[in-house]
Design a protein around this ligand. Structure first.
Ligand SMILES: NC(=O)c1ccc[n+]([C@@H]2O[C@H](COP(=O)([O-])OP(=O)(O)OC[C@H]3O[C@@H](n4cnc5c(N)ncnc54)[C@H](OP(=O)(O)O)[C@@H]3O)[C@@H](O)[C@H]2O)c1
Length: 305
């Protein structure tokens, strides 16, 4: 049963998403999506979760599930799974966005990744669909192009490495401006709820405020968590071998290794200003993220093991 309130106004040519129509949050149980959904709900906005466990269920790999989840929606937050830089993503995101536009969605916000050729193709697919060929005036689109998530250390693929005491990555001594996904959610919600179109056509490069090497990130996590933790630079081949040994299917391990080797070759070793451009404040520092994650107990400490 849907808990979404009835729209207060019917669909119209309104581009501003003020009609009270639900916002579809794809990946709505994931790292960014659940934070976006929580914020929208706190603002009193009706939210529909787009995921395989949502109601109705939504699956990126099954286009027959898309129309039901888009029905009556005013805006969509698109967090593609598994990764918008992967080869199938641009075609899927483009088809999904086209359907959304055709069904009357007025605003599309895409979570993207910095420095990834595949992600650029996904962005272009979204922009083409949103330009609304044959649909009329087109719809607002905004891209939130993020750096490496800080939360990858606590909620994603680097958590087992942190708990095991060694973060081994094909990243050399490169520096990365890890972004706190709380900032991504703040930016996305500002865009989704803006009463006008000031974010339309914008590409926000959202990063943290400081460059850190993985060794420095590991040191900060070690200090806050009380765990012994170090960074070990490895080759791409070593990364693939380790990932397969840990149970990652070989094709996925190869894709992930290529992606990591690409984004961590130094091309992203600079700060972006997207958080300030979108919401007028500085991004959260990595140390704030680390303190918060440590206080939440995700890393425990070795004494507690
Ligand atoms: N991690 C990074 O550092 C980074 C940086 C920049 C950009 N990105 C991009 O961020 C995106 C991922 O966003 P996120 O990290 O917020 O998500 P996430 O934490 O990976 O969450 C996965 C979400 O997707 C849903 N999901 C899984 N399989 C699905 C399927 N087949 N169909 C529909 N939904 C599915 C999950 O719910 P169910 O299990 O219920 O389906 C869950 O809500 C990727 O496109 C990635 O390229 C990541």
């Amino acid at each position: 049963m849907s808990t979404e309130p009835m729209p207060t106004e019917g669909p119209s040519a309104d581009r501003t998403n003020r009609t009270g129509l639900p916002t579809l949050v794809t990946g709505g149980t994931g790292k960014t999506g659940r934070r976006v959904a929580r914020r929208l709900t706190a603002l009193g906005r009706p939210v529909r979760i787009g995921s395989r466990s949502g109601q109705p269920p939504f699956d990126w790999n099954d286009a027959s599930t898309w129309a039901a989840v888009l029905d009556g929606v005013g805006a969509v937050y698109i967090a593609y799974y598994p990764d918008l830089a992967y080869p199938r993503a641009p075609g899927t995101i483009g088809s999904f966005a086209e359907l959304a536009v055709g069904l009357g969605v007025r605003r599309l916000v895409l979570l993207s990744g910095r420095g990834e050729a595949g992600a650029r193709a996904s962005e272009q697919a979204l922009q083409t669909a949103a330009s609304g060929v044959g649909v009329g005036a087109g719809v607002d689109w905004t891209i939130v192009r993020a750096s490496f998530f800080a939360q990858d250390f606590s909620e994603h693929f680097l958590l087992p490495a942190v708990l095991a005491g060694v973060i081994a990555l094909p990243a050399g001594e490169v520096a990365e401006p890890f972004v706190d996904v709380e900032d991504i959610a703040d930016v996305a919600v500002a865009v989704l709820t803006d009463p006008g179109s000031r974010h339309a056509g914008q590409v926000y490069e959202v990063t943290g405020p400081r460059l850190l090497t993985f060794a420095q990130a590991a040191d900060e996590i070690a200090r806050a968590s009380g765990r012994a933790l170090r960074y070990q630079p490895i080759s791409t081949d070593e990364y693939v071998t380790g990932a397969i040994a840990a149970g990652v299917p070989a094709p996925n391990a190869g894709l992930l290794a290529d992606l990591l080797a690409g984004v961590l070759d130094g091309r992203n070793a600079s700060l972006g200003d997207g958080v300030r451009q979108a919401i007028g404040r500085s991004p959260r520092d990595f140390s704030d993220y680390v303190e918060c994650a440590a206080a939440g107990g995700v890393w425990g400490s070795e004494e507690q093991q």
